[in-house]
Design a protein around this ligand. Structure first.
Ligand code: PRP
Length: 281
């Protein structure tokens, strides 16, 4: 167990496909519901798995508490964790959008009212509206975001849409896309070096040795057979020796010329100072 790779898995919608992926590689892991253990060994002894809240996966991996993790790009971009992101897993695909009740105007409210936007993604939301030049007040909530406009907490929301059912059943419509989302592997920078050497000592684990090596950030064309978590450390693909560093959210919405940063208001329960502040440059 001392050499087992520590893998952080997110509870919630990405858990079942993540466990299915591990099962397909011969590393079966008991689900959290069937055990009270916090670190669960995989059936083949190669992994020690910790189940954490989705938003915590990048934190565990960035700090090195976990060597590798599976997370959604929504959470990853929101936390802007400094981790390597070598591989997209091809599941958990959905999109992050601005939505509102059909009767509430977008992109401007009548009378110059400052729109309030409820979201689990305050950083990405601020960046999006800063980039698009709309001054908004961001209200951070931690779930059931769609209810916010129904109760008058906000005018608009920023949230994930998968089937669209939650929006439909709450009378909301999509207004603007922010981000395409999917599950990815994240790797701690030190682990990528240290644990890879360890695994190389016992055999070839660089994916250059694997004919199915995918381009960086892409799912492997031939599927994941043989691409076990220890090999995730060595995924470099043809483009270079290092996996892609992730230090900031990619400007998915930054088409067109740059605009002056708008002012936005920070609620007292948001991180950072209260009151009006300049938007990110
Ligand atoms: C996610 C997301 C939406 C919903 C979208 O919520 O935040 O609410 O799924 O899915 P749909 O388009 O298929 O309806 P989740 O179930 O993770 O719960 P949460 O709202 O409490 O975060």
């Amino acid at each position: 167990m001392t050499n087992a790779l520590k893998l952080a898995l997110p509870k919630g919608r990405l858990l079942e496909p993540s466990l299915a992926l591990l099962r397909s590689m011969g590393a079966t892991v008991s689900e959290p519901a069937t055990t009270r253990k916090l670190l669960v060994p995989s059936s083949d002894g190669t992994l020690s798995v910790l189940f954490v809240k989705p938003a915590d996966v990048p934190v565990y991996v960035e700090s090195g508490a976990a060597d590798v993790g599976i997370t959604g790009t929504d959470v990853l971009r929101e936390t802007a964790a400094d981790v390597l992101e070598p591989l997209a897993l091809g599941f958990g695909r959905c999109r992050m959008v601005v939505a509102s009740p059909a009767q509430i105007a977008y992109p401007a409210l009548p009378g110059g009212v400052t729109p309030r936007v409820a979201t689990k993604y305050p950083r990405l939301t601020r960046a999006f509206f800063a980039e698009t030049g709309l001054g908004v007040e961001v209200i951070a909530v931690s779930g059931s975001v769609e209810v916010a406009p129904l109760l008058g907490l906000s005018h608009w929301i920023v949230d994930l849409v998968d089937t669209g059912r939650t929006l439909r059943e709450n009378g909301l419509v999509e207004r603007a896309p922010l981000l395409d989302v999917g599950a990815v592997v994240v790797v701690n920078r030190a682990s990528q070096k240290l644990r890879l050497e360890e695994h190389q000592a016992t055999g070839c684990s660089r994916v250059e040795c694997n004919p199915g090596a995918p381009p960086r950030g892409q799912p492997p064309p031939g599927g994941f057979e043989g691409l076990t978590p220890s090999r995730w450390l060595g995924v470099t693909g043809p483009a270079g020796p290092r996996a892609r560093p992730l230090t900031r959210a990619p400007p998915a919405w930054s088409s067109g010329p740059p605009r002056p940063a708008p002012r936005y208001r920070t609620r007292c329960h948001d991180p950072g100072p209260c009151g009006e502040t300049a938007g990110p440059a």
